[in-house]
Design a protein around this ligand. Structure first.
Ligand code: GLN
Length: 505
């Protein structure tokens, strides 16, 4: 029974809990046992608090038995990426500089999940400050991909992807600045959605690049992702960029998509993301699975067109100026005074020295690289040439999207990542190769648009994701088209994607 419980998707778990077929304590214990026996291999969690999780679950069961009103997700376990601030629970953002810090408040996403009755299993591993595509930049060691333990689980939300794909959490929160929900979802066979910028509160997410950061769901099914998005989304006065519009009915959109009829939907295939003349850097097996996925969309009734978005070729260069620039500013708050680590404060050194020593020891190499890059790009003499230019490119990318959507295209599609999960260690010493993992996810990030990754097949036995991008606030289109693809995929495979992984174990 306990393996069965960890293999249920959230929609099924909710039903089993509501019907009294299982209890919150049973479900929580099943996941804690799985973590205990398997996470030594995966290292997907940085922090697990079994006692608190069981106490929360016990309280849910008590309230259910007493007939009290329960939240929508009562008794459903969840894992949070360690960039999400949690009241009284260690939060490191994958960095030594925050080791030992206990936040005094909950991020809005954590608060909303708590209010809905979820049980927090723990905090998941990540690239330090969300900078990376493999989780190898974590100060606490790499996480392994459940499909192949010698490979990366993607990044920066690789702890979340590995935990969910490894059946150590039914779903998890990830954050995405340039692809960190979608790419790890793609390479572990999960669904991952980056919401429209501003539609999920950033309050309490440790900032990397504030104009890009968004939290979102990583789940085993499109319906589960939609459900989590409904719970965490919506206006938050504590985030100045939060959009004051009601959350769209994402679950209904997923249900509609699951009917498997895309008649009337126009799907644009982006030439610059793996299309003709733009295949350099893309693995043939990825392109093959992607094209097969597009054919499935066509078979479901969608009209498929090729679309050109010429400025997308510049997305990587623009992103790697804008994101480090914002990071260099955001990370100045880690000064050895306010949070976590403090080095050399023995009475013999002044403030500047302690700050320098703390930052020297507290930050890893990729974080330092970005701070230096960003500081340079923002410096008086170079601001216009680098940061200013990158912002102009960002505008052009947004215009390419507007043109495509203005021409009657409902959604744009591409592979999520140019490659399947690569071997641990392969790209650690080659930052540019690591950055290339974001080729397809960056345009939607820079334009603030919603994008989902849904599994579309295997290449060399490893998962490939198909990305569906939509206009701002049209996240429901991602869920509708994503769910339709999922149904077609499952039908072709004769089961769910992760079922295939589970069958191997
Ligand atoms: N891999 C990209 C980077 O390193 C994106 C990270 C993210 O989305 N957080 O910046």
């Amino acid at each position: 029974m306990s393996t069965e419980l960890t293999h249920l998707d959230v929609t099924a778990l909710q039903a089993a809990l509501a019907a009294g077929e299982t209890s919150a304590v049973e479900v929580t214990r099943a996941h804690l046992d799985a973590i205990e026996s398997y996470d030594g291999e995966l290292s997907s969690y940085l922090h697990v608090d079994a006692e608190t999780a069981l106490a929360t679950a016990t309280e849910v069961d008590r309230r259910r038995a007493a007939g009290e009103e329960l939240g929508r997700l009562a008794g459903v376990p969840v894992a949070l990426k360690d960039v999400v601030v949690t009241d009284g629970v260690p939060t490191t953002s994958g960095s030594r500089i925050l080791e030992g810090w206990l936040p005094p408040y909950d991020a809005t996403v954590a608060e909303r999940l708590k209010a809905a009755g979820t049980v927090l299993l723990g905090k998941t591993n990540m690239d330090e400050f969300a900078m990376g595509s493999s989780t190898e930049n974590s100060a606490y060691g790499p996480t392994r991909n459940p499909w192949d333990h010698d490979r990366i689980p993607g990044g920066s939300s690789g702890g979340s992807s590995a935990a969910v794909a490894g059946f150590l959490a039914p779903w998890a929160i990830g954050t995405d600045t340039g692809g960190s929900i979608r790419q790890p979802a793609a390479v572990t066979g999960l669904v991952g959605h980056k919401p429209t910028y501003g539609s999920v509160s950033r309050y309490g997410l440790i900032a990397f690049s504030s104009s890009l950061d968004q939290a979102g769901p990583m789940a085993r099914t499109v319906a589960d992702a939609a459900l989590m998005h409904e719970v965490i989304g919506g206006h938050d006065p504590r985030d100045s960029t939060s959009i004051d519009a009601p959350a769209a009915p994402y679950v209904a959109a997923a249900q509609q998509g699951a009917q498997g009829d895309l008649t009337g939907t126009v799907v644009g295939v982006v030439r610059e993301l793996g299309g003709e003349g733009h295949t350099e850097g893309y693995e043939p097996g990825v392109l093959e699975a992607f094209r097969a996925g597009v054919e499935q969309l066509r078979a479901l009734g969608a009209e498929v067109r090729e679309v050109s978005c010429p400025s997308f070729d510049l997305a990587l260069a623009a992103y790697y100026l804008i994101a480090p620039s914002e990071a260099s500013s955001n990370l100045s708050r880690f000064d050895g005074v306010r949070y976590g680590l403090r080095v050399g404060d023995d009475g013999s050194r002044d403030l500047d020295e302690v700050m320098a020593l703390t930052r020297e020891q507290g930050f890893g190499p990729e974080v330092k690289r970005r701070i230096i890059l960003g500081t340079y790009a923002l410096s008086a003499g170079y601001y216009e040439a680098y940061y200013g230019q990158a912002q102009k490119v960002r505008t052009l990318i947004g215009r390419d999207f507007l043109t495509a959507f203005g021409d009657g295209v409902d959604v744009l599609v591409s592979p999520t990542s140019p490659s399947v999960a690569f071997p641990i260690g392969q790209r650690v010493d080659d930052p540019l190769a690591m950055y290339a993992a974001d080729l397809c996810t960056l345009p939607a990030s820079l334009a603030g648009l919603p994008a989902i990754s849904v599994p579309c097949g295997l290449s060399e036995g490893l998962p490939v994701g198909l990305q569906v991008m939509a206009p701002a606030l049209a996240d429901d289109r991602c869920y509708r088209v994503g769910a339709a693809l999922e149904v077609a995929q499952d039908a072709a495979r004769g089961g769910t994607f992760l079922g295939q992984l589970a069958a191997r174990a």
